[in-house]
Design a protein around this ligand. Structure first.
Ligand code: ATP
Length: 317
């Protein structure tokens, strides 16, 4: 049977404007083109889970506008369950406007309808959450909705995975209810107040051990092209990322979280699940678009096989 994963989170339309240079303050320039790309960490991670073969449902809110309809259609095509994606007339669908030049980008996120995701909505989804093998949630919806989703899942014995992105401090009561936390290094800095990127391995191990002892869950830190690290019986383990020709790293974290959730639901050991997740994420960086770049299960399995082979030959790392 396929693992059942419920994702609670954001749905956005990303408006990607490509220009040769950034406008100055007060200036009007002509851009080269604009792409409309469905995004939002919640929707991206749901697509990631569905492509990997999970029975996936999403809880979130879009507007009654055209963007909302387009996003819902894209998710339907991916086979994501949408009975708990609600539509509100009180706000536009969330957007991320990204101005991209060959050198740089600037991003403005307007949460819009995502800000209407509420604890009451999580109550309405309580039965769905109770049947899940895992809840996967990020922080692009209001804190009260995150807390309610975590509580609804945890109180029904469902595994809770929190991807604390974008970085935000979290209340201790919530942290004590979760099973796995998946920050990147910057998010771990915000959560712990420690200068994570400057720490030695021993320093990172100490920070993670103190955190896990305090909150009673496991932490897996993503480190970009360096893969990810976690504690195993008090020892810091690094799972290196397979080498990848990075074309577009947006959505790497989303692919990682989707794959980790799926692998944990399948009962794989933590180290195994981490290896599956870094492989899925490394495939996603080789393609444009967060949702479009999510790999399928067959692709990840083929790549895991290749990496094992390279590892045995001592190459490619
Ligand atoms: P993003 O916000 O860009 O989606 P993130 O900051 O949440 O990503 P990262 O730690 O940057 O998360 O990346 C997540 C995972 O993606 C890493 O653990 C790694 O497996 C993979 N990854 C990211 N960048 C690369 C890269 N250049 N080459 C190979 N794998 C990568």
């Amino acid at each position: 049977t396929r693992p059942r994963i419920v994702v609670a989170g954001s749905l956005n339309m990303d408006l990607v404007v490509s220009t040769d240079r950034m406008p100055r303050i007060g200036e009007t320039i002509t851009g080269r083109h604009i792409d409309y790309i469905p995004g939002g960490k919640g929707a991206n991670q749901a697509v990631g889970c569905a492509r990997l073969g999970a029975d996936t449902s999403l809880i979130g809110v879009v507007g009654t506008d055209a963007f909302g309809a387009q996003i819902v259609q894209a998710l339907e095509r991916e086979g994501v369950g949408l009975p708990h994606v609600e539509r509100t007339a009180d706000a536009p669908t969330g957007t991320a406007t990204i101005v991209r030049t060959p050198e740089d980008n600037c991003i403005i996120v307007v949460p819009g309808a995502n800000a209407h995701c509420s604890p009451e909505q999580m109550d309405r989804a309580r039965a769905l959450l109770g049947q899940a093998d895992a809840l996967l949630v990020q922080l692009e919806i209001p804190a009260a909705a995150v807390a309610a989703a975590v509580e609804a899942a945890a109180s029904q014995g469902v595994r809770v995975i929190v991807n604390p992105a974008p970085a935000r401090r979290l209340p201790a009561e919530l942290l004590r209810r979760i099973d796995v936390l998946t920050p990147n290094e910057t998010e771990l800095e915000t959560l712990t107040g420690e200068p994570v990127e400057q720490l030695s391995s021993a320093g990172l191990a100490r920070v993670l051990a103190a955190w896990e002892a305090e909150y009673g869950h496991r932490v897996i830190v993503t480190q970009g092209r360096h893969g990810c690290s976690f504690l195993d019986a008090g020892r810091l383990v690094n799972v290196p990322a397979p080498q990848a020709e990075a074309v577009d790293t947006t959505g790497a974290g989303d692919a990682f979280n989707a794959a980790l959730a799926l692998a944990l639901c399948e009962g794989r050991a933590f180290a195994d699940a981490a290896a599956f997740a870094v492989t899925a994420a490394s495939l996603s960086v080789t393609r444009f678009g967060a949702q479009a770049g999510m790999p399928t299960r067959a692709e990840v399995e083929a790549a895991v096989g290749r990496n094992d082979f390279e590892h045995e030959q001592g190459e490619g790392r």
